[in-house]
Ligand binder design. Structure first.
Ligand SMILES: Nc1ncnc2c1ncn2[C@@H]1O[C@H](COP(=O)(O)OP(=O)(O)OP(=O)(O)O)[C@@H](O)[C@H]1O
Length: 258
């Protein structure tokens, strides 16, 4: 049994089938990439896996501490509580809040502090708040952002805004982290930093990462396994070396150069 099992997942938008009968799996502590040409259905598949949109058909099941959970009909916050976190193609930070507050808000979504103790401001509430603050600072230290705690998110350079998004996702202590085009808009130096960061996340947090990315050097550098989508269907799965020499992938994705 895999950590995440996806069976025959399909999404129709009116007459268009954006994702068609996708079956895939993710294992513990794997770094997997999902690639495919523009419009292949990658973001739609991410949205299905993270509860942003419901599937037309198929199932998504996650192994959790409470046993197997079917995620299909769950809302995004329930999917997040089950252990799936994601970033988006377009940055979604609270731009007018500080770096630290951005992380604290993500943490609050996960912590189950009782309503009564937070309303009454019981000692346990303050204790929790102090703990969360310490945890958030520790996390930001790992990603070299300890000097930016009070900076407004909007004032960070682009690469750091993307990094903060990843920190926010990690603050929810996910089992699986979904990264949607994390290198989009980055310069080569920022992309090199991101490559190191993704490896660091996998090593230090022992979580599974699924990555959508158009930057092939990043994908081939970090992914252990790659899925390839074309017109909503999976056309290949394998190691970077296998994918690079897969005829169907070369034809579909790399423009038939061989
Ligand atoms: N809400 C929607 N309603 C109708 N069609 C949609 C919707 N969302 C996506 N599509 C269509 O589904 C197909 C897959 O789109 P999707 O964004 O998932 O592809 P993608 O592989 O992520 O593309 P890109 O690499 O350009 O981001 C496209 O033809 C797109 O126009």
């Amino acid at each position: 049994m895999s950590l995440l099992d996806v069976k025959d997942l399909t999404k129709n938008f009116g007459g268009l089938t954006a994702v068609s009968g996708v079956t895939m799996h993710l294992e513990d502590n794997e770094l997997v990439a999902l690639i495919g040409p523009n419009g292949a259905g990658k973001t739609t598949l991410f949205n299905l896996l993270t509860g942003v949109i419901p599937p037309s058909e198929g199932t998504v099941s996650l192994q959790t501490d409470q046993g197997l959970q079917v995620l299909n009909k769950k809302k995004p916050y329930q999917v997040a509580q089950a252990g799936l976190a994601r970033t988006f193609q377009n940055i979604r930070l609270f731009k007018d809040l500080s770096v630290l507050d951005n992380v604290l808000i993500a943490m609050t979504a996960k912590h189950k502090e009782s309503f009564v103790s937070s309303i009454l401001r019981l000692p346990s509430y303050y204790k929790k708040e102090v703990e969360m603050r310490e945890e958030a600072i520790e996390l930001l230290k790992i990603f070299d952002m300890q000097d930016k705690l009070d900076n407004l998110a909007r004032n960070l350079p682009y690469g750091e805004q993307r990094r903060l998004e990843i920190v926010r996702a990690l603050a929810t202590k996910p089992k699986i982290l979904f990264l949607d085009e994390p290198a989009a808009g980055m310069n080569p130096e920022e992309t090199a930093d991101l490559t190191r960061l993704i490896r660091q996340i996998q090593n230090e947090f022992h979580i599974t990462v699924l990555l959508i990315e158009h930057d092939m050097s990043l994908v081939m550098n970090v992914a252990e396994r790659i899925y390839v989508l074309e017109y909503g269907q999976l056309i290949a799965e394998g190691t970077p070396a296998e994918i690079q020499k897969n005829e169907r992938v070369i034809k579909a994705y790399l423009g038939g150069e061989s």
